[in-house]
Every structure is written in structure tokens, then in C-alpha cells.
Design a binder for this molecule. Structure first.
Ligand SMILES: Nc1ncnc2c1ncn2[C@@H]1O[C@H](COP(=O)(O)OS(=O)(=O)O)[C@@H](OP(=O)(O)O)[C@H]1O
Length: 512
């Protein structure tokens, strides 16, 4: 009786209160399936790459509005004129070429024999006029058409960029104040503009930075007396060779014309301004012991050991002085006006409404990329504040040249793409060089200082960005800055005497 009652109670408990058996079986099965799923999930996640987050660079916006039926140009010569936003333009050529594994015609140092006229032998790896092997030529040079044609294929697209000579003079004065004797002697740009002849001696090296610098970079005689006929001849020579002349003041419109001329996607012409000068210089206390500062010191600019820091140059100009600067740079002023007109005729042809649409898209895209890539909303920062020393921009003169910092924690692919956009010219050249000449780089890295050295790093010809603070600067040449300066140009390249002028050692035997 007692046992029967207990059994009934048990049945009631199991089947009544706790539910029927089939329910328990179903529950058990569900738990087993969930557990197996969880287990498989863990295994699956461990054994395969997690799906990559969609990079901002793979967005459909990267392409921009359609270009019609055209094939992207890959044979390009960019005449990198000085102080015209040319480093920003070169950056996009570097990026485009690197992403597509194109070959660059690179200098052994950082400039192609500048300020001497370009010579094909200045290109690293050049093997003669019939060896067609380079896609892009864009480092600083003094243009020399016949020599360039030996390096670049016949279907090369030639383009360059110009800037208002007054703005260019401000930028040049700030950057080359201690380099060009004419600027060095003047108290400020205003003083120089008042009476340039008082300061300017055409025989002195590096004075080309002080007069008709555009004209000089195009390979023309920048000291010639102005005449309308001469100016038009120079203009015609430029027109004959260069398919497009961009205007720094209209940089974004320039980028749209360039993208259509080259048949390139929108992202290829989106950039962050590089090599910008800090407009309101902070205290000079910032110039200190970093490798950038030392490199500037070795180059003979900025603060020298044991001397007082100099004040940043006075760039203020009256309206009258601005006009005087235009007259002093009359040849540049002529080509600026002429190609400015041509530029706006191109925009007319392109269509103003379409231009406005594409410029708006370009700016949106730049904002998107700045948000994705850059710290502090993309605000340029002083070199010494950039934690990653390998992306600090080269400093020249007593103004600060600004750079950028990347957002921390970017995924590898995004970081690589962002880095390309902000990597300064000198470091980027070294990256490309080491890709094109992997073996030569390791040998060059060990080489003693020699005449191959040319460029802002200059010292020893060693790649710029690889040098840590202790290896950079005066120590690398084993001489003090003052000793090292005497027979070196501002960018570290060697000079030798020829009659009364100093010329670069490497070119002396080769060029007439
Ligand atoms: N996107 C864009 N638009 C307009 N201006 C720009 C741009 N990018 C760079 N810059 C300005 O160009 C100046 C530096 O020119 P370069 O890079 O040609 O200088 S260099 O000759 O290579 O040293 C330098 O001018 P200053 O700041 O007046 O010195 C830069 O600020």
C-alpha cells in the first residue's frame, strides 16, 4: 500500500509536475544541438580568418563619378616645381605607382641632380635611351626635355603645377631663408621686395630660389631680362611639352582635371596637404634633439650648435611690396597668368556644374578618409609631436613644416593605405627605392659618405627614415656641422669649386 502510493507520487511528479518524458527528451536534444553548435562555432572562428571589416578604401565612393571609356595613364612625367604643393602631388603619384607596382625613375639621393639641368644618368638604374623601363618620373629636377625623353617612353603624359609668385616667394623665403644668400641677407621678405638687387647676386649658388623659381625649374634662364617676346617663347616651350599645368590656388579643381586627364579613380587624387608650413610659429623651444632637427642642422639650416635660435622670418608684405615681388619675378608672373587662363579654359570645357559636383565629392571623400585615418580630425601637427619618427616631415629654415599622425588601432590594410597618404616625400622615396632595388639598398645602407649622397638627408646617402636619432646628422659624416658645411650644399650634396662658383661634384665631369 505504502509502496503503491509512493510510485503514484513519483509518476505524478515526473509526468505531472515535471512534464512528460518526451518533453525531457526534446529538451535534452535541444541542449545537445546548441552545445554542438557552440563548439563548432568556436572551432570555425579559430580555424578561419574573421571577416575583414569593410575598409573605407573599398567603398564605392573611392571610384568617383564614371570617366567614360578610357584607359588609365601609367607613363607620367611630373615636373615637381618648388613650393607649389608639388609634394602633395608627388604623394599621389607615389601611391598610384606603388599600389600598381609601376617602376619609378628615382634619383640616387632625393633630387635628380638639381639645380643642374636634368641628365638621364641621374636616374638610378638607367641603362640607356632604348631601355623602356620606367613609368613615373616626378622628383625635383631642373627640366631638360631631351634628357627626360631618354628616360621616359614616347607616350608619356607631361604635367606640372604653378603658384602665384607672391605666395611662392613667401613659401620659398620661409623655407630657403638660410639657404639662398639673397634671402639670408634680407631682414624680412618685405625688405627683400623693396630692393631685391641690393641682396641678389646671380652668381651665387642657391640664389635661384630667390628669383623666377618656376621659370628656373622649367629649365629656362631665370635671370634673363623680361621682355614680352621672351616670356611668350618660354610659355610656348612649356605648352609644347606639358599637357596640363595645375594651379596650386585651385588645388581641388586641379585634381579633378588631372583625374580626367589620367583616367584615374577619385581616390587616386584625394590627398592631405603635405609639406605645409606652420603659419603662426610657436616657440622655438621645440627645435631640439630629434633626428629631424639634427638633419636640418647638418643641412646647414636652423639652429647651429652653440648658437642662439634665430627668430622665424618676417614674411609680412605691403600691397606695394607684393607688386614689387611680381615685377622682380616677372617671368614667373607671366607664366602664372598665362597658364591660369588656360586652366580656366579647361574648366569651361569640362563644365562648371560638373566641376562643382566633382570637387564637392572630392572634399567629402577627403573628409571621410581624414576621419578614418588621422588623429585629431586630421589636424596637421608639428614634426616633434609625431610619435612615429619615421613619418616626421623634413624641416628647413626656421618655420615648422607640419605632418600628420595616424589613428591608433587601425587594421593592417587600412593602416597601410592611410600611411601612404601621409608618408613624407623623402621617406616614401626610400620605401620605393628599397622595393625597386632590394639588394642595392642593403649595400647603400652600409656605404660611407660619398658623392652619391644628394638630398635633404644627404649625409652618407643612407636612407633617411631608417636613421635613428643616434645615427643621423653630424655623427654620420664624422665632422662637425660647421666643417661639414663648407663644401656641401644645403641638402647635404657635395660641392667642388669651378672657377668662382661651387658646383655639385657628381655633375662636374658630366655636364658642360
Ligand atoms: N593641397 C594643397 N593646396 C594648396 N597648397 C598646398 C597643398 N599641399 C601643400 N601645399 C603648400 O605647398 C607648399 C609646399 O610646396 P612643395 O611641396 O612644392 O614644396 S617643396 O618644393 O617640395 O619643398 C606649402 O606652402 P606654404 O605652407 O605656403 O609654405 C604647402 O602648404
Amino acid at each position: 500500500m505504502f509502496f503503491r502510493r509512493r510510485a503514484r507520487m513519483l509518476r505524478w511528479l515526473v509526468c505531472g509536475r515535471l512534464g512528460p518524458v518526451w518533453m525531457w527528451k526534446a529538451l535534452l536534444l535541444f541542449v545537445a544541438i546548441a552545445f554542438a553548435g557552440q563548439l563548432l562555432g568556436v572551432i570555425f572562428n579559430k580555424s578561419s580568418v574573421p571577416p575583414a571589416p569593410r575598409s573605407v578604401f573599398s567603398s564605392p565612393d573611392a571610384q568617383g563619378p564614371p570617366l567614360g571609356a578610357c584607359r588609365p595613364h601609367t607613363h607620367i612625367m611630373f615636373l615637381k616645381t618648388h613650393k607649389t604643393a608639388s609634394s602633395t602631388v608627388l604623394n599621389l603619384l607615389y601611391r598610384f605607382g606603388e599600389e600598381r607596382r609601376l617602376r619609378f625613375a628615382l634619383p640616387p639621393g632625393y633630387q635628380l641632380g638639381y639645380p643642374l639641368p636634368f641628365n638621364a644618368h641621374r636616374v638610378k638604374g638607367y641603362r640607356g635611351p632604348r631601355a623602356v623601363e620606367f613609368h613615373i618620373l616626378g622628383n625635383h629636377m631642373r627640366f631638360n626635355k631631351l634628357e627626360v625623353e631618354k628616360v621616359m617612353p614616347a607616350d608619356t603624359f607631361y604635367f606640372s603645377i604653378i603658384r602665384d609668385p607672391v605666395a611662392l616667394a613667401e613659401s620659398s623665403f620661409a623655407y630657403y631663408k638660410e639657404v639662398a644668400p639673397a634671402f639670408r641677407k634680407a631682414k624680412g621678405l618685405g625688405d627683400f621686395a623693396e630692393d631685391p638687387h641690393k641682396y641678389y647676386d646671380p652668381r651665387l649658388r642657391n640664389n635661384h630660389y630667390a628669383r623666377n623659381l618656376l621659370w628656373f625649374d622649367f629649365g629656362l634662364d631665370h635671370n634673363a631680362n623680361f621682355s614680352a617676346a621672351l616670356a611668350q617663347r618660354g610659355e610656348a616651350m612649356i605648352r609644347q611639352t606639358f599637357k596640363l599645368i595645375l594651379v596650386s590656388e585651385y588645388f581641388d579643381e586641379s585634381m579633378i582635371l588631372l583625374r580626367h586627364a589620367l583616367c584615374w579613380p577619385l581616390d587616386a587624387v584625394v590627398s592631405f596637404s603635405l609639406n605645409a608650413r606652420q603659419q603662426k610659429p610657436g616657440g622655438l623651444g621645440a627645435i631640439g634633439g630629434s633626428w629631424v632637427d639634427k638633419a636640418a642642422a647638418v643641412a646647414g639650416v636652423g639652429v647651429r650648435a652653440g648658437r642662439q635660435a634665430k627668430a622665424p622670418p618676417d614674411l609680412s608684405l605691403t600691397a606695394d611690396q607684393r607688386e614689387k615681388l611680381r615685377q622682380w619675378n616677372a617671368l614667373d608672373w607671366h607664366i602664372y597668368k598665362a597658364f591660369n587662363r588656360t586652366f580656366w579654359k579647361e574648366v569651361d570645357r569640362f563644365g562648371h556644374a560638373q566641376m562643382a559636383r566633382e570637387v564637392a565629392l572630392l572634399r567629402l571623400r577627403r573628409d571621410d578618409l581624414a576621419r578614418a585615418c588621422l588623429r585629431d580630425g586630421g589636424k596637421p601637427v608639428e614634426a616633434h609631436r609625431i610619435r612615429d619618427k619615421t613619418i616626421r616631415p623634413f624641416q628647413s629654415g626656421l618655420v615648422k613644416i607640419l605632418g600628420y599622425e595616424l589613428h591608433p588601432g587601425l587594421d593592417n590594410a587600412t593602416r597601410a593605405a592611410c600611411l601612404r597618404m601621409i608618408r613624407p616625400e623623402i621617406q616614401y622615396k626610400d620605401v620605393l627605392d628599397s622595393k625597386q632595388f632590394p639588394r642595392a639598398q642593403s649595400v647603400q645602407g652600409q656605404a660611407p659618405p660619398g658623392p652619391q649622397s644628394q638630398g635633404p638627408a644627404g649625409v652618407g646617402g643612407a636612407p633617411f627614415f631608417r636613421q635613428g636619432p643616434s645615427r643621423t646628422g653630424d655623427k654620420a659624416v664624422g665632422r662637425t656641422v660647421e666643417e661639414g658645411d663648407r663644401d656641401r650644399d644645403w641638402d647635404g650634396s657635395r660641392l667642388m669649386r669651378s672657377n668662382q662658383t661651387l658646383v655639385r661634384a657628381q655633375e662636374a665631369g658630366r655636364l658642360r
